[in-house]
Design a protein around this ligand. Structure first.
Ligand code: COA
Length: 387
């Protein structure tokens, strides 16, 4: 049975800071951010936007009433959960108006969570071919002001509808994966900000990729000529590029040059939005399918998923005929071009804002035009609204 991504879209907050402005404020040569790290703009959420509202915003873009009726599994991959106990998926199920006959929960393993969800969705549809699964990544990447990681922040979500006979990408069920207990990036429950050993994280990411790259071809008895593009988890766009460079010697020169060109197409959205944590691999898939003029039906794309801590997985998918009609290239570029640019002062002010909960209550209100928002905390409970 063919199972895979039938619909996919993303959401990111409508305001951003330009990283050239940020570099200048931090007395850093702008080329370090735009070339050395490979990022141009960074989305910033407001207090009324969080992992729940962003997840609902992305999913709302792809679902119609017929889709909603058939969904029996909803998984949200996030490392920015809003509650230590209750899953964000329960709020999202409610906001989207999904039936109560949905198995809804949250999954966490740094930036790998969504891939775990995707693989569970594959198995779910294999066992329940008439049903579908909604898999959403939703994250706010925060390292703190004036930290080395500051330039690799961002926010957003990606929603995917997984079903049989998919219109966009058929998953090939050929994964290789590995895990290790590594201290490259983590966020303790008492901290709003992530801790990262950035360069070490890069090393582990490349080591996982090169190891899995070899394992993939051994396990599946095929070669790089079968693959049309290599897509990566890209918290910042230089990271995937370095992983690709790490296997240059294993790839014929013309094929490698072609991979690099295709990789550039996969980075357009990330460069302008920033780090989506669990969604970073999947926004690179959207960016590639929309922005590369080389993609053709039946192309096999290889995806490398990495979550610090660490978990890595390589899998492939086959592009489906008609995939283009299911994508939104123009809409996405228009949205990116019409966002509100924040000055660095405005960015810093917004960044420092916190929910100042008094006696378990705080009124937020809707600070954006978004359909879904966090309205208030009431008796220590989050109250979401839709307009
Ligand atoms: N022009 C062009 N490139 C420049 C430059 C300039 N003026 N100045 C520096 N650079 C390059 C450096 O050569 C380096 O490139 P390289 O990595 O190819 O060698 C790059 O910019 C970054 O410089 P570096 O000094 O390493 O930056 P840093 O110490 O500020 O750290 C990160 C950069 C990405 C490691 C840091 O932002 C970070 O820790 N982010 C968190 C990332 C993370 O761990 N996420 C989890 C991943 S899954």
């Amino acid at each position: 049975m063919n199972i895979g991504i039938d619909k996919i879209d993303y959401y990111s907050p409508n305001q951003y800071v330009d990283l050239v402005d940020l570099a200048q404020r931090r007395n850093i040569e702008p080329d370090k951010f735009t070339i050395g790290i490979g990022q141009e703009k960074m989305a910033l959420p407001l207090l009324s936007q969080d992992a729940v509202t962003m997840a609902a915003m992305a999913a709302d873009k792809i679902l119609n009433d017929i889709d909603k009726k058939d969904i029996e599994l909803l998984i949200i991959g996030t490392e920015s959960g809003v509650d230590e106990s209750k899953a964000s998926a329960l709020y999202v199920r409610d906001l989207l108006g999904l039936p109560s006959s949905v198995r809804a929960f949250e999954i966490k393993e740094a930036c790998y969570g969504t891939t775990a969800g995707l693989q569970m969705a594959y198995n779910f549809v294999a066992q329940n071919p008439e049903k579908s699964a909604l898999i959403i990544s939703s994250d706010i990447a925060r390292y703190g002001l004036d930290t080395p990681g500051e330039v690799t922040q961002g926010a957003g979500s990606v929603a995917m509808l997984i079903k049989k006979n998919p219109s966009i990408l058929k998953l090939e069920n050929d994964s290789v994966f590995m895990s290790e207990n590594v201290g490259d990036f983590w966020r303790p429950t008492y901290s709003q900000y992530a801790f990262a050993r950035g360069k070490y994280s890069n090393e582990v990411y490349i080591r996982f990729f090169t190891e899995l790259y070899k394992q993939y071809f051994e396990k599946n008895n095929n070669g790089i000529e079968d693959i049309s593009a290599l897509l990566f988890h890209i918290p910042y766009t230089k990271m995937g590029k370095k992983a690709l460079q790490a296997v240059e010697e294993l790839i014929p020169a013309d094929k490698y040059a072609d991979f690099m060109k295709r990789y550039e197409s996969s980075t357009i959205l990330s460069k302008n939005i920033g780090n989506l944590y669990t969604g970073s691999l999947y926004i690179s898939l959207i960016s590639y399918l929309e922005n590369s003029d080389q993609v053709e039906a039946d192309d096999k794309v290889m995806l490398f998923s990495y979550g610090s801590g660490s978990m890595g997985e390589i899998f492939t998918g086959k592009v489906q005929p008609g995939f283009k009609e299911k994508l939104q290239k123009k809409k996405h570029l228009d949205t990116l071009n019409n966002r509100r640019q924040l000055t660095v002062d405005e960015y810093e002010t917004e960044f420092k804002k916190e929910l100042e909960i008094k006696d378990g209550n705080y009124f937020v209100g809707n600070q954006t035009d978004d359909k879904f928002f966090l309205e208030q905390i009431k008796e220590n409970e989050r109250i979401y609204k839709s307009i």
